[in-house]
Design a protein around this ligand. Structure first.
Ligand code: DC
Length: 232
């Protein structure tokens, strides 16, 4: 690996299929920077919620949101204690707040707004300009970095994904209901896959990883083998 040109790695797929865990582990193993693009859409959602741009019924004040979009700057900083990057919205650490069910339930409509996608895509492309990154999301291999040298499309069954998200929320001490988590995940997949701008879809040149019945060490091994094959 040493001295070799650093490539761009795009990991896309459905909600809660473990993309971020595998992307973080891969980045750490190969010495690349990890970027969680979903966290960026979550930051936009949190900003909109805090500024009264999302009404009780879920409707969004699009014109005001678009006007205020230039105020949103997302960055990542390594948390020395956890060894993982934390997400910052305009300099404030919002890592916990962006993972709540409330943000999760509003994020897909926000991520479908063309002006939100344009702003976040530009920030993502700026972060990845030099290569040496692992970015996970929904449209990284199709829209953000269509020329990425390594593209992976991850999936797993709905129930297994919902169980993982449920376990994650419970482990963090948050209140969770399995059926609600499953319904939220299906609804997000539906919105993410059917939106007009950069919908979730597998890039033609992506390698598919169905990790329904894989352990974390097994999927990490699968990724490393693919990385070694593509960079050797
Ligand atoms: O991966 P996640 O659950 O944190 O993503 C949050 C939402 O953001 C999800 O509903 C889809 C959207 N998203 C997107 O549209 N494009 C990306 N590149 C990443 C996430």
């Amino acid at each position: 690996m040493n001295g070799k040109k650093k490539i761009t790695i795009a990991i896309d797929g459905h909600s809660s299929c473990g993309k971020s865990t595998m992307a973080k582990d891969l980045a750490r193993t190969i010495g690349y920077i990890y970027i969680d693009s979903g966290a960026m859409y979550r930051c936009c959602t949190l900003f909109a919620m805090r500024n009264g741009l999302i009404a009780e019924d879920g409707s969004i004040d699009e014109s005001e949101f678009e006007r205020r979009m230039p105020e949103i700057q997302v960055s990542f900083k390594l948390n020395e204690a956890t060894g993982r990057p934390d997400t910052y919205l305009n300099g404030e650490c919002v890592e916990q707040e962006i993972r709540t069910m409330e943000v999760s339930s509003h994020v897909s409509p926000v991520a479908a707004l063309p002006f939100v996608r344009a702003a976040m895509t530009a920030q993502q492309q700026a972060m990845g300009r030099e290569g040496g990154i692992v970015m996970d999301g929904r449209d990284i291999g199709t829209a953000v970095f269509p020329d990425a040298e390594m593209k992976v499309f991850v999936t797993a069954s709905d129930e297994i994904r919902a169980q993982r998200r449920y376990d994650e929320l419970v482990a963090k001490g948050q209140k969770a209901d399995f059926d609600e988590v499953l319904a939220n995940l299906r609804e997000r997949d539906r919105i993410d896959s059917t939106r007009e701008v950069a919908p979730l879809r597998q890039a033609d040149d992506a390698y598919v990883l169905d990790n329904s019945h894989m352990s974390i060490p097994e999927q990490n091994q699968w990724l490393i083998e693919l990385f070694d094959k593509l960079t050797s």
